[in-house]
Design a protein around this ligand. Sequence first.
Ligand SMILES: Nc1ncnc2c1ncn2[C@@H]1O[C@H](COP(=O)(O)OP(=O)(O)OP(=O)(O)O)[C@@H](O)[C@H]1O
Ligand SMILES: [Mg+2]
Length: 392
Amino acid sequence: MLRTLAISNYRSLRELVVGLGQLNVITGPNGSGKSNLYRALRLLSQTATGRAGASLANEGGLDSVLWAGPENHSREMKDGTQPIAATMRRNPIALKLGFAADDFSYSIEFGLTTTESASGGETHFTKDPEIKRECIWHGPRYRRGAVLLDRKRNLVLRMDESDDVVVTADLAPYESLLSRIADPIRAPEALIVRDAIQSWRFYDHFRTDARAPARQMQVGTRTPVLDHDGHDLAAALQTIIEDGDRAALRNAIADAFPGGRIEVHSDRGRFWVEFQQHGLLRPLDQSELSDGTLRFLLWVAALLTPRPPSMMVLNEPETSLHPDLLPALARLILKASEKTQMWVVSHASQLTEALAESPECTSIVLAKELGATCVSGQGLLTKPTWDWPPRN
Ligand SMILES: Nc1ncnc2c1ncn2[C@@H]1O[C@H](COP(=O)(O)OP(=O)(O)OP(=O)(O)O)[C@@H](O)[C@H]1O
Ligand SMILES: [Mg+2]
């Protein structure tokens, strides 16, 4: 379980450190940085699969996602007697992401790319960021003595009591040690951290328009994990019926739609869902359901997964759901949080208030100060301690 998440210089997240619980509910006004936090988490998860560089390049490159304000605000800028202006830089330009977890903690630092390629000529890959530093350490707080694996540019060292051992000296500047190092003897922590991060699941705005993948009949195979586009909805529901908690599935549908029930059918390998609603003579299939009903079924399939991940992140799950459905959705999320660390980014007070009733719920209210996202009510004493590994 993640205990602390730290982000530095990613969009409006200039220097954000948040303490986490089993169920984390993120709220805040428009533009406060909720989606930026969601994106930063996804970027962190992409480092484990080696896609962080491509993902940053798709966002316009490091220079476009970096915090666009000054490195620091002077007192005069804060009290408004001086306009916001660039200040003299004290630290190198860097985007940093990190977390402290129960077993191992991790951080990665991206910096600007050098203009020269390895073979000496000018590089065309100017949008690729370079990984300057990467560390895995033991315990909640970075200390030199707690470091297990230490990457500085292309060199990865395993820190041993007797001596430091070189794990590799030729990591490319755009490769994360998590995506490249697969040595169970010399770097088992890299595998453990990578497996944990790779299992994180992100769900963000399922499509429900007429051509949405979730509305089409699809070839089905056993599906313990619903895809993020929901195309395998029918197969995922049938997997819950056959291999998962079918009673919870039945209850979740009845909770949201009294008198309603679903059935999954298949014909020559193609799967579809039928939903029997109270008052109708025939069931409706997934192409005929309302947007809200289809979305609710998608959340049921995602949240009752027979293979719970270590973390699940839901971005605005309330989209197009009637407020009457939100208490049932909250109960599904609470049930999922028994096995999975949950993040819920939401605007819907009916949902966030229902979740906040759980003693496991950590409410994180984001706000903005001088353009930077901060956690409302967080003071020096309540901010979790976090130190970034120094670049050199
Ligand atoms: N590179 C950047 N540097 C600083 N701030 C940025 C940068 N890129 C985007 N922002 C700011 O981030 C904010 C957008 O944050 P985000 O999209 O996370 O908001 P949100 O809380 O999800 O809002 P909504 O509720 O409207 O979806 C905008 O106010 C924008 O000004
Ligand atoms: Mg948003």
